[in-house]
Ligand binder design. Structure first.
Ligand code: NDP
Length: 313
């Protein structure tokens, strides 16, 4: 079963829905497939206080529902479905949905996002939205004058620990190795901050607390003769052990960096394939914010419209 569309958008986070709003208002009759997690990463966040236009804040699921409705208002065709294969060798580009349906698209906007990595502890699910977070910029504000822990030893972990130290009373940085992997300047910033205590060679075993996170059970120097069990009292537990951009299904055709982020021409959402654009976290290792994703979704739709009109399609 094959269907031909002028503008196909993959992904339903702020980037995908914003692309759909702009593309539908430009009469491109966009079709958007929502993917595995309709609404994207924000649906796992409670309160969003930094998206402009909501002075009282808004919950992540509500914000995404509003963006979806706004795109539908102008005729965007929003569908359930997941991309299982692609053939971007020649336009129109072929995208297979759920292994059965093929869409032929004159333009393709990839907004599949990135997935934060978790440790794989059952407690991360148990306390999701109740003290466990993978985004300090999103949720740090709720931990003003509280105690938090950040897991990881890279640039993200150091950046988040420093950011949180500006809000919280105390930040534990839980690092599994005896050293930080982050850049020198980030390390220095963390080590010089009196509010941050780095726990080298510590791993997390589990979280504790009634309904919400109140502590974490750690092990120091696991497997060594001097292995020690450690308990810390915390109100928030932040994961900063990396993100995985959801680009695998496009990789045979689209250039990515070594981590998998789609490479775009700087300042634009253009990929190495004409008519194929990438917006949001799948192409953004740096900012990863809802508002920057929305902005790049807008850029992608404008680029798609210009590409189509230049081609006379
Ligand atoms: P990284 O892959 O650089 O670091 C991940 C960290 O998490 C490492 O310390 C790693 O430990 C740790 N980790 C991974 N898995 C586990 C686990 N299961 N348990 C405990 N710890 C774990 O990811 P980042 O997100 O920090 O950075 C990604 C890229 O983005 C990097 O290139 C970074 O430089 C860049 N970046 C740049 C920034 C800037 O310049 N301002 C800001 C943020 C990111 P280990 O070292 O033992 O492997």
């Amino acid at each position: 079963m094959t269907e031909k569309v002028r503008c196909l958008i993959i992904g339903s986070g702020p980037a995908g829905y914003t692309a759909a709003i702009y593309a539908s208002r430009a009469n491109l009759s966009p079709v958007l497939y929502e993917g595995m997690q309709p609404g994207g990463q924000l649906t796992t966040t409670n309160e969003v206080e930094n998206f402009p236009g909501y002075p009282e804040g808004i919950t992540g699921p509500e914000l995404m529902e509003d963006l979806k409705k706004q795109s539908q208002r102008f005729g965007a065709d929003i569908r359930f479905g997941y991309v299982t294969a692609t053939d971007l060798s020649v336009a129109p580009y072929k995208v297979t949905i759920d292994g059965e349906k093929t869409i032929e698209a004159d333009t393709l906007i990839i907004s599949t996002g990135a997935t934060a990595k978790y440790l794989g502890l059952a407690d991360e699910n148990k306390y999701a939205g109740s003290g466990v977070s993978a985004c300090a910029t999103c949720d740090g504000f709720f931990y003003r004058k509280r105690k938090v822990a950040v897991v990881g030893g890279g640039d993200t972990a150091c950046e988040e620990a420093t950011y949180l130290a500006g809000l919280a009373d105390k930040v534990f940085l839980i690092v599994r190795k005896p050293f930080l992997r982050a850049s020198k300047i980030m390390q220095e910033r963390v080590l010089a901050n009196p509010k941050i205590e780095v726990l080298f060679e510590h791993e997390t075993l589990g979280l504790t607390g009634e309904m919400v996170v109140q502590g974490a059970n750690l092990v120091k120097r696991r497997g060594e003769a001097d292995e020690t069990q450690v308990h810390i009292e915390i109100d928030g537990f932040f994961l900063a052990i990396g993100h995985k951009p959801n680009s695998d299904v496009f990789k045979p055709w689209i250039e990515t960096d070594e981590v998998g982020y789609i490479k775009t021409i700087p300042g634009t959402p253009r990929t190495n394939i004409p008519g194929v654009f990438a917006s949001g976290d799948v192409a953004d290792p740096h900012y990863r914010q809802a508002i920057t994703a929305a902005g790049s979704g807008c850029q992608a739709a404008i680029e798609a419209e210009r590409y189509l009109s230049e081609k006379g399609i």
